[in-house]
Design a binder for this molecule. Structure first.
Ligand SMILES: NC(=O)c1ccc[n+]([C@@H]2O[C@H](COP(=O)([O-])OP(=O)(O)OC[C@H]3O[C@@H](n4cnc5c(N)ncnc54)[C@H](O)[C@@H]3O)[C@@H](O)[C@H]2O)c1
Length: 446
């Protein structure tokens, strides 16, 4: 009889529901299904030990199945304490024999114990969503053990100096899923401490044009509505950050009838928001006007104590950027007269000294994954197709890649987009010979 793989999930008896959800998501992921079919035959990842630190959702489960079909020996851990779908995690362990270390609502110690489990696998390929796995490897390789969480540090201390160094140097490549992770990894490269090759999957056009914009746009609003049941029509929604995610959140909020205010620090993005028809103003001004605040900047302390002090009674505040540092919740906690946790699921009430009540959704963690199910499968189909193909490409380049951040090869982006269009039943034109020649030439003018 086969023994079940190890892992740390909430409850294996949830696996039936998880399996249903994985299969449901799979229906809407035709590009990834095509890749899985080929991987089953070609086994491009055969024998590769792989650790993935991702939001454990039904869509991620289908990516995990694809990587395993390609021959990877995979361990999956959570990339956020609140984003795990416990039923999906249970099914991955029970039905797909994939070790998963992820529990929704896990505390910081459990989160880092799970990161340590990913490291103990001694991966040759890693996949990150926010760069927590790679940054732990870099701190270990640099012997900066004091910068590690105690759960990771206690394990790292047991390694010899050469084992610490090899943890990163054995990695063929690391894929990065999100904007914040790519920013951290480029900063490592700038500081000369990046000790492994990285592929910036987030920067693929088939990823951030669609996932960050349409995925975050829809699922953030979904998370807010599930957490609050609020009507957006007629409300003032303040979107902090008009990048790829912010554009999507602003667009979908307007679609539901909200009056949208955008805050920015980048003049081009601010101008773009203004010309897209949104009101643009500084956060100190928007703080007085908003009914709902959504941060999606990838930055720290975008909404601070001085802004909470200006907000209306009943204002709702949430974040859909990668880390919960976008809201300076310490400042809110220290100025609140009382904090009523979980006045309903995913909603904490802060009563201010003047009696105003402010509501923080999903503890300031990405609201679309904390209170809803994250991005729809149809858009993750493209992001995870790019992940699978970038992994295949980097494994084929084994030993040839330098310790820098690479872009996903253009051919991968074009292949994913073409197949996605085809599966949507949409045809486009092809260049005629004359058009191709014209675009390649300079002689013909007015
Ligand atoms: N919730 C999700 O599922 C999800 C999905 C994809 C990305 N993300 C995360 O969302 C964040 C944003 O990603 P993106 O792809 O939109 O990045 P982006 O770089 O395209 O946009 C970020 C924008 O925020 C602006 N900004 C920075 N500091 C600001 C401040 N103090 N006030 C106002 N605006 C500010 C920047 O000028 C920029 O225009 C990242 O942390 C990313 O990792 C979350």
């Amino acid at each position: 009889m086969a023994t079940m793989v190890s892992g740390d999930v909430k409850d294996l008896s949830l696996a039936d529901v998880g399996l249903q959800r994985i299969v449901w998501a799979e229906r809407d992921m035709p590009v990834l299904r095509t890749i899985r079919g080929r991987f089953e035959v070609e086994k491009p990842l055969a024998g590769m030990r792989m650790s993935a630190c991702l939001h454990v959702t039904a869509e991620t489960a289908n990516l995990a199945r694809t990587l395993v079909a390609g021959g990877a020996d995979l361990v999956l851990v959570a990339s956020n304490p609140l984003s795990t779908q416990d039923d999906v995690a249970a099914s991955l362990v029970r039905d797909f024999n994939i070790p998963v270390f992820a529990i929704k609502g896990e505390d910081e110690s459990s989160y880092y114990r799970h990161i340590a489990a990913a490291l103990k696998h001694r991966p040759q390929v890693t996949m990150d969503d926010g760069a927590d796995l790679v940054s732990a490897m870099i701190f270990i390789a640099l012997d900066r053990l004091d910068d590690l969480h105690p759960e990771v540090r206690s394990w790292a201390k047991k390694l010899s100096a050469s084992e610490r160094e090899r943890l990163a140097s054995n990695v063929v490549a690391s894929m990065e899923e999100t904007t914040t992770g790519v920013i951290r990894l480029r900063a490592m490269q700038k500081d000369g401490v990046l000790k492994l090759p990285v592929i910036a999957v987030n920067d693929a056009e088939t990823k951030h044009f669609f996932d960050n914009r349409y995925g975050t746009g829809q699922s953030t609003i979904d998370g807010v509505i599930r957490a609050t049941d609020m009507l957006l029509a007629g409300r003032k929604v303040v979107v902090c950050g008009y990048g790829w995610c912010g554009k999507g959140v602003a667009m979908r909020s307007r679609g539901l009838g909200a009056q949208v205010i955008v805050t920015e620090v980048n003049s081009i993005r601010g101008l773009e928001a203004a010309m897209d028809g949104f009101e643009v103003m500084p956060i100190a001004q928007a703080a007085k006007a908003g009914d709902l605040f959504i941060t999606v900047t990838g930055n720290i302390h975008v909404i601070r104590a001085e802004h909470f002090a200006l907000m209306k009674d009943g204002a709702m505040i949430c974040n859909s950027g990668h880390f919960n540092v976008e809201l300076a919740l310490d400042g809110l906690t220290s100025t609140a007269r009382a904090i009523n946790k979980q006045v309903r699921e995913f909603v904490d009430e802060y009563v201010m000294s003047d009696g105003r009540r402010l509501y923080v959704l999903g503890e300031g963690r990405l609201i679309n994954l904390a209170a809803a199910h994250g991005h729809p499968a149809s858009v993750m189909d493209m992001s995870f197709a790019a992940q699978a193909l970038a992994t295949e490409w980097s494994v084929a380049q084994k030993g040839k890649l330098e310790h820098v951040v690479y872009n996903v090869p253009k051919a991968v982006d074009e292949w994913v987009a073409a197949l996605k269009l085809q599966t949507m039943g949409i045809a486009i034109d092809t260049l005629t010979v004359e058009q191709r020649k014209y675009l390649d030439s300079w002689e013909m003018g007015t």
